[in-house]
Write a protein that binds this ligand. Structure first.
Ligand code: HEC
Length: 471
């Protein structure tokens, strides 16, 4: 019994692909990159929320005005529609930093998930473009006579965009979920099977959806209160206080829903990533959400004249909640991957050893054939992928390097064995220690010579060197 269980476990492990990582240093401190990932992802998400929530509300109020003929609803829908394309642009721009951060921190995991969901993952790009164009079309044709006469047609442009905007998070969530479970990679056959590797994707989508309504509700409370909204003149039935109360109510109801959806997300998370620290972090977030909820209910019941007085504290409290959730999400990710990334580090180390040995063998063969490699050929073999004489490739040009070290070839050798960090516009240089002191010295001499800094070997210099050596 125990043996068969053991065999099963071994089998499961054998099926878990363990690729080696790219043996290069990270371009910045890992802690910094993680901070960027957590914070900038939340900023990105905020605008995604406003884009989706804004689209939903616009569709709702425009739809309602079509059926009831309410001019106020139509006006409100138009005011919200004007914000969507702005949120959309910010969402896209703010996606760059977290996307780069996740790529360098979780390279192997993220790329594998991308590859396994292939076509659907890449289809995000054309899908987003289409959705964005539809949003602009909808906004800019609002007052066209044709659209005023065919309002349902006009609304359906927005509804198609909405459908696309609702689908994209599914793709993203599936990917981000898949990257955490390497033991499932071998079974995945495309996007739809990836979606169901566990039951977590749907609850997470609902969590995201509710967050969109909360954020958009609160955003609208601020938006309708701006003087340029001019509710008193532009609207016939509703007042600013009515509108604020309406959007506070939306935020409140959606927050209440999060108290159901949140636990659902937590309980459908595979246990590999759960930890005490995660529960505490989420717990703190929930506490702040409860406080926010109390203030929200005060706002809903407030007199017209004072409604909005708790707005800033509510935003502050919920920001803490969101930061806790973002941190919790990262904690889960780290814990879920800890075993696999340990295996991967071992594999990467083994790969580096094998690579260096193969390289050494190759060099020996070359040297045996040609009676020893000169500095130039060694440089071509070891450094020229990144360094060129007078061109900046992935690294500074040799002219600069030669100038820096013209009196100090050993400095080049020392740097190459243990590179430092000087020019932040480049990725860090990986160590070249495996090439060996002797060959690096030949390379260093070549660099200095090729950049025109070599000194003629004068007899006095030889004497000086001898003097230093004998001291
Ligand atoms: C993978 C790309 C890569 C390879 C291969 C590479 N380098 Fe570099 N090298 C860099 C980068 C990037 C920098 C700039 C790093 C910085 O300034 O932070 C650099 C900088 C240098 C510097 C400048 C140090 C200083 O003090 O400013 C020297 C010297 C150098 N490399 C020597 C070598 C030698 C010798 C080799 C081959 C044995 C080599 N490099 C191979 C990427 C590379």
């Amino acid at each position: 019994m125990t043996t068969s269980l053991f065999n099963l476990l071994a089998l499961a492990q054998a099926q878990t692909p363990v690729p080696h990582d790219i043996p290069l240093p990270l371009p910045a401190d890992r802690g910094l990159l993680v901070g960027v990932l957590i914070v900038m992802f939340l900023v990105h998400l905020l605008f995604v929320n406003l884009m989706l929530g804004g689209t939903l509300l616009t569709a709702f109020f425009q739809g309602r005005s079509i059926f009831t003929g309410s001019k106020d609803d139509d006006r409100l829908a138009y005011e919200i529609a004007k914000t969507i394309t702005v949120s959309k642009s910010l969402a896209v721009v703010m996606a760059v930093a977290p996307l780069l951060a996740i790529n360098v921190i979780y390279t192997v995991y993220f790329y594998t998930a991308n590859a396994l969901t292939g076509y659907v993952w890449i289809s995000i790009v054309p899908a987003i473009i289409i959705a964005f164009l539809l949003l602009y079309l909808h906004k800019y044709t609002w007052h066209y006579d044709f659209m005023q006469r065919h309002r349902k047609l006009h609304l359906s442009i927005l509804l198609i965009a909405l459908a696309i905007l609702l689908f994209i998070p599914f793709v993203f969530l599936t990917n981000i979920n898949l990257m955490l479970f390497p033991d499932k990679w071998a079974q995945v056959k495309g996007f739809f099977s990836a979606m169901f590797i566990n039951s977590n994707v749907l609850p997470r989508f609902l969590h995201f959806f509710m967050a969109s309504l909360i954020n958009t509700g609160l955003f609208m409370v601020w938006y309708v209160g701006r003087p340029s909204m001019d509710v008193a003149n532009k609207f016939t039935q509703v007042t600013t206080a009515d509108l604020k109360r309406r959007f506070y109510r939306l935020a409140t109801v959606s927050t209440l829903f999060q108290f159901i959806v949140g636990p659902l997300v937590l309980f459908t998370l595979p246990s590999v990533g759960l930890s005490m620290g995660l529960y505490v972090t989420i717990g703190v977030g929930v506490l702040f959400a409860l406080l926010a909820l109390m203030l929200l209910s005060k706002e809903i019941n407030a007199e017209d004249a004072v409604i909005g007085s708790y707005f800033k504290p509510i935003i502050l409290l919920l920001s803490v909640t969101v930061l806790c959730m973002g941190t919790g999400r990262h904690m889960f990710r780290e814990k879920a991957l800890v075993g696999h990334s340990y295996d991967m580090r071992k594999k990467t180390a083994a790969y580096v050893v094998a690579r260096d040995a193969a390289y050494e063998l190759w060099l020996l063969e070359q040297e045996a054939g040609g009676g020893g490699l000169d500095g130039k050929s060694l440089f071509t073999a070891a450094c020229a992928t990144c360094h060129a004489l007078d061109k900046i490739l992935a690294a500074p040009a040799l002219i600069e390097v030669g100038e820096l070290y013209k009196d100090n070839p050993q400095g080049i050798v020392d740097w190459a064995k243990k590179p430092g960090r000087k020019r932040l516009e480049f990725a860090p240089m990986p160590t070249m220690a495996h090439i060996g002191e002797e060959r690096l010295t030949a390379i260093a001499r070549y660099i200095i010579e090729a950049t025109g800094h070599a000194k003629p070997q004068s007899p006095t210099q030889d004497v000086e060197t001898k003097v230093i050596n004998s001291q």
